[in-house]
Design a protein around this ligand. Structure first.
Ligand code: FAQ
Length: 317
């Protein structure tokens, strides 16, 4: 064994002990390359999702039915931008550059959540996205507050607080519509029918087809499997649907007294794979918009760089 190999095995022992004691790994700590790569993949994908996720709702800001609804939606979409920024910052602590991550998103080398490739067809979708999509995001992200990587876990704490407001405003919007006219109630039901299955897909493929879960859980990056979180989401959503008075579009959905959980049908996994591959209804449009926004913002980046250089020169002089 060379000296380098001995040093590496000692470092790995220290890393494993930190994970085993449920303590956090911080940016300056030694970490295995696979751990770093997995974190960059997951955190970048999460950041891209928040930024691309501004589009489906952003499209409706100018068509909000009242000033109150417009202010709420505007605040929510701005929050998503903020979440993207915390997450890009967390990824940067792992030694990648934000510009490089944006390039990887635009070239298709990195992914973003499948859910944002579905179109928003009615204003009821603003409520359903808050209720179901943010609801699913909370289910997935609350355990990530205990993720083993410090900057990711800490970013998640703030993100989850804001997601909780997002979920409530969505539920309140739907509740208001359900107390309205027959036409409004039908609009809510139609929207829930479209978003239910894609929301279940947000948790990723079933555990047996999830290549990353076992290692990510061993490293304490993920705290639960995809199927565990999906089940938690279904159990949480069923009583909320009853309060709202909407039907969830799954004939196999029923309470299982033995398991003390709901049984439910399987989403169309081939649809998830297709959307992930880039063939969803809105993939091309979402990336084209993101590319245009990035190009349109080039002058801001150039100006900010020139300003920072000028300041640095002045402070040296
Ligand atoms: N979409 O082995 P696994 C939000 C990929 S934020 C696209 O199970 P893993 C807030 C996966 O990357 C929503 N790709 O992977 C908001 C992997 O491919 P790769 C985003 C998916 O990482 C609300 C492959 O399939 N949240 O909604 C999806 O262990 C409203 C195999 O999968 C996060 O990113 C999918 N649904 O588990 C904003 C949370 N599922 O990378 C605006 C953090 C799987 O090897 C408006 N991320 N893939 O090429 C996670 O918890 C995990 O990364 C999972 C996937 C659970 C998403």
């Amino acid at each position: 064994m060379t000296l380098e190999m001995v040093q590496e095995s000692e470092l790995l022992e220290g890393f494993d002990a930190t994970i085993a004691h449920n303590q956090r790994i911080e940016p300056r700590d030694w970490m295995p390359e696979g751990y770093r790569k997995t974190l960059i993949r997951q955190i970048a994908q999460h950041a891209h999702s928040e930024i691309i996720g501004m589009q489906p709702e952003g499209n409706w800001i100018t068509s909000s039915p009242s000033l109150r609804r417009k202010a709420i939606l505007l605040a929510k979409v701005q929050d998503e931008a903020g979440h993207g920024m915390y997450l890009y910052s967390a990824a940067e602590t792992l030694g990648v550059d934000r510009a490089e991550l944006t390039e990887r998103l635009l070239s298709g080398a990195q992914k973003y959540s499948s859910i944002f490739n579905y179109p928003t067809l009615t204003y009821a979708d603003m409520g359903t996205i808050g209720w179901l999509v943010d609801g699913a995001a909370i289910c997935n992200q609350v355990p990530l507050c205990r993720s083993s990587y410090g900057p990711y876990g800490r970013a998640m704490i703030r993100v989850c607080k804001e997601e909780s407001f997002h979920q409530r405003q969505g539920f309140e919007l739907l509740m208001t519509m359900m107390r309205g006219t027959e036409e409004q109630r039908a609009m809510v039901q139609e929207s829930v029918n479209r978003w239910w299955w894609p929301s279940l897909m947000m948790f990723g493929p079933p555990d047996d087809d999830s290549p990353n879960t076992a290692q990510s859980m061993a490293w304490g990056i993920k705290r639960h499997t995809n199927d565990e979180l999906r089940q938690r989401f279904v159990d949480m959503s069923v009583p909320q649907a009853e309060v709202l008075g909407v039907t969830l579009p799954d004939p196999d959905l029923r309470w299982n007294a033995e398991r003390e959980s709901h049984d439910f049908g399987a989403p169309d996994w081939s649809e998830l794979m297709d959307v992930i591959k880039g063939n969803g209804l809105c993939n091309a449009e979402r990336i084209a918009n993101r590319r245009k926004a990035h190009e349109d913002g080039a002058w801001v980046r150039e100006a900010a760089t020139a300003f920072a250089l000028k300041n640095a020169k002045e402070s040296v002089a």
